[in-house]
Design a binder for this molecule. Structure first.
Ligand SMILES: C[S@@+](CC[C@H](N)C(=O)[O-])C[C@H]1O[C@@H](n2cnc3c(N)ncnc32)[C@H](O)[C@@H]1O
Length: 200
């Protein structure tokens, strides 16, 4: 990922959210879609500054990201477990998580890298485990010119249509639910996945 002013955790955490409705909308979506009990172990893939960690209880949540600065910020502010890991090869055993959330990550990844992450996510989820993915999509309305501009300026070069994400996700998971949501100025796709593994 390119180094920019947004590599600064404080600027990333505060600026992006001050000028967009992103945080509020995504928290709303996650609260609706995630039905984890406090005892379930939940992985936050590419958690950034840990923005969504307050939705989970201490001890049940683990956030992973490649950016050490973001994770330092997250530890200081949210007091949860955060680990520097590449989501394509994480240091967890097989079948350890009941569920996973992932927000705004796959639009940074080629199809090939996306598949590596999905394979790793599948490995670490238990049979029957769930995933809730919220991802940047091309603007829903052709009149959303600001959305189009923001998509051009965004560091992720692989924004897709919901059906394209769905087709990649369904190579590894059952896609139980998919919808799109307007979230000024970005629009997002929401995907609820289920991990089904053959019995050992
Ligand atoms: C757009 S940010 C989203 C962060 C967070 N999920 C949120 O919504 O606030 C994308 C994140 O992916 C992380 N990232 C990029 N490549 C990664 C990789 N291979 N493994 C883990 N994290 C990665 C970046 O450091 C960055 O924090």
């Amino acid at each position: 990922m390119k180094k920019t002013i947004l590599s600064n955790p404080w600027i990333y955490h505060n600026f992006v959210h001050l000028v967009t409705r992103r945080r509020r909308v995504i928290k709303e979506i996650l609260s609706q879609e995630v039905t984890a009990s406090g005892k379930e172990r939940v992985l936050d893939l590419a958690c950034g500054t840990g923005d969504f960690s307050p939705l989970f209880v201490v001890g049940s949540y683990v956030g992973v990201d490649l950016h050490e600065g973001y994770l330092r910020f997250a530890r200081r502010n949210f007091g949860k477990t955060f680990a520097v890991m590449d989501s394509r090869c994480m240091g967890f055993k097989d079948d350890v998580f009941h569920g996973s959330i992932c927000v705004g990550f796959f639009h940074h990844l080629t199809d090939q890298k996306t598949r590596l992450v999905l394979e790793e996510l599948r490995r670490t989820l238990k049979n029957g485990g769930w995933g809730v993915i919220v991802e940047l999509i091309h603007p829903i309305s052709k009149y959303n010119l600001l959305g189009k501009l923001v998509e051009k300026l965004d560091q992720g070069n692989f924004t897709r249509y919901p059906e394209q994400y769905c087709s990649l996700f369904s190579e590894y998971f059952s896609v139980e639910k998919m919808y799109q949501r307007q979230s000024w100025p970005w629009d997002v796709g929401v995907f609820r996945l289920r991990c089904q593994k053959p019995l050992k």
